[in-house]
Design a protein around this ligand. Structure first.
Ligand SMILES: Nc1nc2c(ncn2[C@@H]2O[C@H](COP(=O)(O)OP(=O)(O)OP(=O)(O)O)[C@@H](O)[C@H]2O)c(=O)[nH]1
Ligand SMILES: [Mg+2]
Length: 241
């Protein structure tokens, strides 16, 4: 399962971007699991319409940026969804049985619509890092991510952006620049240009995360990376003897 990690300093807009990406992936037929790094992430996810069944909060140890036991968190979320689906199936069966004797017992009508549908199983994981204040340095976020999305607020000071050791910018697959609607135009444009100069071959996408402006462009870049070039090589090997 592809793991997409959203990293960036605190208050940069990670949760808003993650929530937007969740919704857009749903529209394209995926079922993401959202993993936040603190209670503060829950509200923006729900605001963006993330289904609470697919939200987990895994608080990392102090000083680290993503929870070490993320695999366990994913497994336990999936187990929870499976168990819930089992209960739903049992309830449907029980309802069928009940409906058989309904008229004899003179019960009111109950229908399958009163029972929630079975949930789809997650096929992609969205993980939010904790947003350590001093920048973009947490190695574990890169190690965990199949796709690393670094979130940078448009008003971020150039000195901080260009500090040596910001590996999460250097190694990001996609850089998302947020808050372009509330940052003075010249400041936002300086930030974007600076990033473009330093990371010439990376997609650098300015967005308004709160309103979802330009998030489709982020989605396109994410989905492009779902098809691993090495996997494509494998499949051509199978096709041509
Ligand atoms: N106007 C505007 N506000 C934004 C944008 N992105 C985020 N915000 C606001 O910035 C604040 C922080 O956004 P979050 O998405 O919670 O940021 P975060 O990086 O997840 O924050 P932590 O998880 O606490 O580190 C919220 O009040 C958002 O509404 C944006 O593009 N434009
Ligand atoms: Mg957050």
């Amino acid at each position: 399962m592809n793991k997409i990690v959203f990293c960036g300093r605190n208050d940069s807009g990670k949760s808003m971007v993650l929530g937007e990406v969740y919704g857009k992936l749903r529209l394209r037929g995926y079922q993401p699991l959202a993993i936040g790094s603190g209670v503060q992430d829950e509200k923006p996810y729900l605001y963006k319409g993330v289904d609470p069944l697919f939200v987990s909060i895994a608080v990392p140890d102090p000083g680290t940026d993503v929870a070490e036991d993320i695999e366990r968190v994913i497994r336990s979320s999936i187990t929870h969804i499976k168990e819930r689906n089992q209960l739903i199936l049992h309830a449907r069966k029980a309802l069928d049985e009940l409906n058989k004797v309904r008229s004899i017992l003179e019960l009111g009508h109950l229908s399958h619509r009163d029972i929630p549908p079975v949930a789809a199983m997650p096929d992609v994981v969205l993980i939010e890092s904790v947003g350590i204040n001093d920048g973009y340095r947490a190695q574990e976020a890169r190690q965990l991510a199949d796709i690393l999305v670094s979130v940078v607020p448009a008003g971020m000071k150039s000195e901080i952006l260009m500090e040596p050791g910001n590996i999460l910018l250097e190694e990001a697959d996609i850089i998302v620049v947020t808050k372009i609607d509330i940052t003075p135009r010249s400041e936002a444009s300086t930030t974007v240009k600076l990033l473009q100069r330093f990371f010439r071959y990376k997609p650098i996408i300015p967005v308004v995360a709160t309103q979802g402006v330009h998030v489709d462009l982020v989605l396109d870049e994410i989905i492009k990376r779902f098809s691993e070039p090495l996997l494509l090589l494998d499949s051509t090997e199978v096709i041509s003897p």
